[in-house]
Design a protein around this ligand. Sequence first.
Ligand code: TYM
Length: 329
Amino acid sequence: KKVIFSGIQPTGVITLGNYLGAIKNWTRLQDDYNCLFCVVDMHSITVRQDPALLRKRARDLLTIYIAAGLDPEKNIMYYQSHVSGHAELSWILSCFTYMGELNRMTQFKEKSAKHGNNINAGLFTYPVLMAADILLFQSDLVPVGHDQKQHLEITREIASRFNNIYGDVFTVPEPYIGKVGAKIMSLQEPTKKMSKSDENPNGYISLLDDLNVVKNKIKRAVTDSDREVTYSEDKPGVKNLIDIYSSITGDSIESCMNEFQGKGYGDLKRIVGEAVVEELRPIQERFKDLQKNKDYLDSIIKKNGETANYLATKTLRKVQKKVGFPVRI
Ligand code: TYM
């Protein structure tokens, strides 16, 4: 079986964008691939975090993975910080990455504009750690939302560069970006992506939002002054709601549009709102159950962390040997 790797930062709440752009696709892929789904807590500290809150969010995120339907017996779900190979490979890869390449990363530019008082070196080398995450497991496919495309390109670049020097060490991974749902937009400013760092909570839906709140946020979603439900770039708010619906139901845009034929914005919002609520309801129920089962979660975290560590060490030793580090006896 081919290998899949993906991860989410335990920073802020987990949004419907994270779910539709990433997690939901993962659940579809888990039967056909060997999957690793990581909680990338090391990436999170590129921005200041409250330690107790970070720890809680990391655990909640892992719980969400399972609650959303990822089977912990089939997939390796673990904390990045529990596998030291991520940091070790990241150092080696940083010596094969150019400043110029990192300078071109749009996410770095955006984040450094936003966190002007803390433009740290980790924020700059963030894509190298991400490349290490992926290459450490010889991943074939990386299912992510559209905003990670550039990071996947630099990962491929670094892998090929390394392979050109040392022979075929790394699998060069392909991005897997869903047709719909890869870019869920803010409900309040539909030309911006839905983001957990949005100051206006009406712009995003958290997977753990109260279900009445979810309905209301969709009811209040910005559309336009028109009435007709059409799917076009000129109507980003309406398009976003249709994308959300299509991505949840798995139906094509055409078949969704047939369903909305002759309906107004009120109906659209009601139908989409119900679909989102019914999608989140079982996830929230399982989340609450899992939270109560501390020992079960702990055992998964321990077991999966050990497996990830074993696999990571295999690649790491190979890479260390290639670059000329003394072999361990
Ligand atoms: P992060 O934590 O920002 O987002 C996690 C995943 O959610 C997707 N996503 C979206 N998809 C659709 N619409 C949106 N509005 C939306 N917002 C977020 C992201 O594309 C991502 O797939 N650097 C990564 C984490 C990471 C990673 C990795 C991912 C670290 N190492 C290795 C894959 C492989 C990040 O910050 O994602």
